[in-house]
Design a protein around this ligand. Structure first.
Ligand code: MTE
Length: 317
């Protein structure tokens, strides 16, 4: 199949079985060597300092279009940022167990001609699910390679017919403090919200992910449905979406609200613009021992750089 994407769509059957990878415990031993001192980040507590008994991590199996192996299912589902549950990445999976992901509806409205509320099961029927192997680069300077299943955000937006006044898309996570203990914290302006410019949202790389590793999404990764925007820092990829709204003005976003000098609306992966408290020039790929250089637009420049022609990305960070 020919594709304009750099990211390789793959069949489930080609995804390396989970059990051929090292266990998370073994991996964490290896990873701890590379992390060294705790990483201080706005949306990071500290990285666990575990045993120094490092072992090589096998690299066979599916890769992204640059040849990077996908991370293990264990890593992807047990090293998570999901502040609605906890700020401790390794505790999210446990706390998210039992989170109700069905029934679930997504309201799509605002400046559109055809506002609709979709059950997730409708979305699965309406839009063919594709597999996309994408790099995820967290603003905290770690990264993973994740085999998602999902469908293009553009296909959903076209169905609701944005009016000519719609210039941005706003996304909102479910607000359910009884099930999400982190939402009882007064330090964050819940619910989590994010946004994209409409032309960014229409780019074919932006997907709504419903699964990973060929299986339905699990709660800690944003089940049942979350955004994935691979050329932007991970915080733009909002989880467990209940509302998508077409709007005229740039919407507020959670991290920009909290610290506008550290987190911008655009948040394109950019090794040339450091976070005020750390460098963005390199990253730690989970499962690797040494750091690797961070690529502009996370390696997706060919597909997305034109969206920002004429913009100063140092100002619009
Ligand atoms: N979405 C919500 N609702 N809450 C969050 O705390 N964290 C973001 C993003 N989406 C977050 C969120 C951050 S900082 C990152 S790096 C990614 O989710 C992590 O996605 P993953 O846990 O599936 O790897």
């Amino acid at each position: 199949m020919t594709s304009v994407y750099k990211s390789v769509p793959i069949r489930s059957s080609e995804i390396t079985p989970k059990d051929t990878y090292l266990s998370r415990r073994d991996f964490m031993k290896a990873a701890s060597l590379a992390t060294g001192a705790a990483l201080l980040a706005a949306c990071a507590p500290s990285v666990a300092n575990e045993s120094q008994d490092a072992r090589p991590v096998p690299t066979s199996g599916a890769t992204d279009e640059l040849g990077n192996p996908v991370n293990t299912y264990e890593d992807i589902t047990h090293y998570n940022n999901y502040y609605e549950f906890t700020v401790d990445k390794q505790e999210v999976a446990g706390l998210a167990k039992g989170f109700t992901t069905s029934p679930w509806t997504v309201e799509v409205g605002g400046l559109v001609n055809n506002a609709q509320t979709f059950g997730v099961e409708d979305l699965l029927k309406l839009f063919p699910q594709e597999e996309r192997i994408y790099r995820l680069r967290c603003v905290e300077a770690w990264s993973m390679v994740i085999p998602w299943t999902g469908f293009s955000l553009a296909s959903l937006l076209k169905m609701v017919e944005p009016t000519s006044d719609a210039k941005y898309v706003r996304f909102e996570t479910v607000y359910r403090p009884d099930e999400m203990p982190g939402q009882k914290s007064p330090f964050y302006p819940w619910p989590y919200q994010e946004g994209l410019r409409l032309d960014e949202a229409m780019n074919e790389l932006a997907i709504l992910a419903t699964g990973l590793y060929g299986e339905p999404n699990v709660a800690q990764n944003g089940a049942p449905i979350r955004l994935v925007v691979p050329w932007k820092y991970g915080f733009k990829s909002i989880k467990s979406i209940v509302k998508i709204e077409l709007v005229a003005e740039e919407p507020d976003t959670l991290w920009k609200d909290i610290a506008p000098n550290e987190y911008g609306f655009y948040a394109n992966v950019n090794p040339a613009v450091d976070h005020p408290r750390w460098s963005q020039a390199s990253e730690r790929r989970i499962g690797e021992l040494s750091r690797r250089p961070t690529l502009p637009f996370n390696g997706y420049g060919e597909q997305v750089a034109a969206l920002y022609d004429g913009m100063d990305l140092r100002v619009n960070y």
